[in-house]
Design a protein around this ligand. Structure first.
Ligand code: SAH
Length: 376
């Protein structure tokens, strides 16, 4: 009697990189192990950068072998690894499905900030952002978000140079983090976990164009820093620059900001991001309107020089104009910082992260309407 060979479908191994402590505990309990294995393995993965179970000396040979059968610690392929003249380092990582995303490390005197992506491309279609022009493919999984931090810390560690440590994380790379809420908050769990990266909540920033329901959910789950990409003081202009404004207009956004801040400690501040576009939103009148909008809110305003790209239709405001704008805010006692552009020589600055979006079908089109004006 002859029988045809049986082909078992290849079982997908569980990627432990994307699991928070609760997930790992559930995973180990389901294997008949004790919950404390979760914190042991978490330390190996995220604090010691280990991705081979055989190196996890305190978990025993039998468990190591069992884990090898059903689990893995899978990061991403490195496609580009570039170092800018100013010390900024940018990576392009390839995902399993061929899509690419970008991650940037920005060193400063007192900190090292890693700017990470939350989606492949972006569906928001902000008119001044080149990531938006690439279209949108999909959300990143929590493993793909965490893999950026895991890989960057390993690679920076290998440099063996002082000041090359990740002390701050900002979700300001490709994508809108609050449209990928579940995976983003799971990754934040791991950023803050003392058995993993152990970052303080003040050193993790979620940047959003204003997805109001998700802002409310976030405030209940994590006490991290929030940055709002405002960029305009009237709905007419903001509808054009940040099309999600058509769904969540400025008045509602400001109300949500007040509600968000009410739950915070009195000393905490909201970051307001404002990209300076010559002749579009950079007049002293615009600055006075911004002062009015910010009334009663504890904020830090970040004025971002526009990073130009081909076909954008916008120009960067001159330093004189930016200074005048800042002076109006300062006079109203609003702390204002003019953001330095970093990593320009390697296209690593804000809005220059384009990755490689294979599927540009823009599955989340609900916010997108035809643009009006000079840059349509
Ligand atoms: N979707 C999120 C996070 C990604 S963008 C958000 O909107 O906040 C991070 C910041 O870079 C945002 O404030 C965004 O508006 C800004 N940005 C995008 N393109 C830019 C450009 N070309 N020049 C300067 N800043 C830009």
């Amino acid at each position: 009697m002859s029988s045809a060979p049986i082909n078992f479908p290849a079982m997908e191994k569980a990627n432990l990189l994307g699991m928070n402590r609760q997930d790992l505990e559930t995973f180990f309990i389901s294997m008949g192990e004790k919950a404390f294995r979760a914190s042991q393995v978490m330390k190996w993965i995220h604090q010691l950068g280990v991705n081979d179970f055989a190196d996890m000396s305190n978990i025993g040979k039998a468990l190591q072998q069992q884990l090898n059968q059903i689990a893995e610690i899978r990061a991403l392929d490195i496609v580009v690894d570039q170092l800018s003249g100013d010390g900024t380092r940018k990576w392009v990582f390839r995902l399993k499905d061929g899509n690419c995303i970008e991650t940037v490390f920005i060193p400063e005197d007192d900190r090292g900030t890693l700017c990470i992506s939350s989606q492949v491309g972006c569906a928001l279609d902000c008119s001044f952002c080149s990531t938006g022009r690439q279209g949108f493919s999909r959300n990143l999984g929590s493993d793909e978000i965490l893999a950026q931090v895991w890989l960057a810390s390993r690679l920076l560690n290998e440099e063996k140079k002082p000041g090359r440590k990740i002390t701050n994380l900002v979700l300001m790379g490709m994508g809108e983090p609050l449209l990928n809420y579940d995976n983003v908050v799971k990754a934040i769990d791991v950023f803050l976990d003392d058995f993993a990266y152990g970052l303080s909540k003040r050193r993790v920033t979620v940047s959003t164009a204003g997805v109001l329901p998700a802002m409310e959910r976030l405030s209940e789950r994590h006490d991290v820093q929030l940055a709002i990409s405002l960029h305009a003081t009237t709905d007419e202009l903001r509808n054009d620059l940040v099309p999600i404004n058509r769904k969540y207009p400025i008045k509602d956004l400001i109300t949500s900001c007040h509600q968000f801040m009410e739950k915070r400690s009195p000393r905490s501040r909201l970051t307001i991001e404002y990209v300076m576009l010559a002749g579009v939103n950079d007049s002293e009148q615009n600055a006075r309107e911004l002062v009015r909008l910010m009334k009663g809110l504890s904020v830090l305003v970040n004025l971002i020089p526009f990073n130009p790209f081909i076909g954008s239709g916008y120009k960067t405001s001159s330093p004189e104009v930016v200074n005048k704008f800042r002076d109006v805010l300062h006079k109203a006692s609003i702390t204002t910082v003019i953001r330095k552009t970093r990593g320009e020589d390697i296209d690593a600055a804000c809005g220059q992260l384009v990755g490689k979006v294979e599927d540009k079908s823009r599955r989340q089109q609900k916010f997108i309407k035809p643009r009006i004006g000079m840059h349509s």
